[in-house]
Design a protein around this ligand. Structure first.
Ligand code: ADP
Length: 162
């Protein structure tokens, strides 16, 4: 039987409870979910690509059909290589829509057989993004409601060592 493989791409600097909410939903729908960490140097991530991947591997270890990977270059080429037919993106609010709409139609032009599917997180995560988490953590504010415990420790270490 054909298995449906979905790619969930992003920067994940770091992975948050909002991302995890999307990963859990996707894992219930698709046979396999690959969380693909982009290099994204333009966003100047605070965690290396390897660190970002390792945090995802750790916080999804109890979800059997989820794995983390690294990619660079065109997302659709990576998806084709992995035999994925679905790209997952999270939609939090209308403000996400325009950018996501443009990306999804561009990706469809590049690879018509791959569909982007949008999932909405629980509303309690609809305001949350990695940059808010980074900023709060940099001021030593408590972010334990926003990230898994493992990520919380990594953030503490990162900002302590800076
Ligand atoms: P990117 O740089 O590709 O936007 P992010 O790591 O910021 O990478 O986000 C990856 C994906 O996860 C995007 O589709 C984004 O909309 C989604 N996302 C980010 N935060 C949340 C959240 N709190 N709830 C649901 N989806 C989210």
């Amino acid at each position: 039987m054909k298995k449906t493989i979905a790619i969930y791409p992003g920067t994940f600097d770091p992975v948050t409870n909002g991302h995890l909410d999307i990963i859990e939903r996707a894992s219930g729908i698709f046979d396999k979910v690959i969380v693909a960490v982009a290099v994204n140097q333009s966003k100047k991530p605070i965690f290396t690509q390897e660190e970002r991947k390792e945090m995802i591997t750790n916080v999804t270890s109890d979800i059997e059909n989820v794995e983390a990977d690294l990619f660079e270059g065109l997302l659709v080429r990576y998806a084709e290589k992995k035999r994925a037919t679905v790209i997952i993106r999270g939609l939090r609010a209308i403000s996400d829509f325009e950018y996501e709409f443009q990306m999804s139609l561009t990706n469809r032009k590049l690879s018509p057989a791959i569909n982007t599917i949008f999932l909405m997180p629980n509303e309690k995560y609809s305001f949350l993004n990695s940059s808010i988490v980074r900023e709060l953590a940099s001021y030593d504010a408590d972010v334990k409601e926003f990230v898994p415990a493992y990520v919380l420790e990594k953030l503490k270490k990162k900002f302590r060592s800076n």
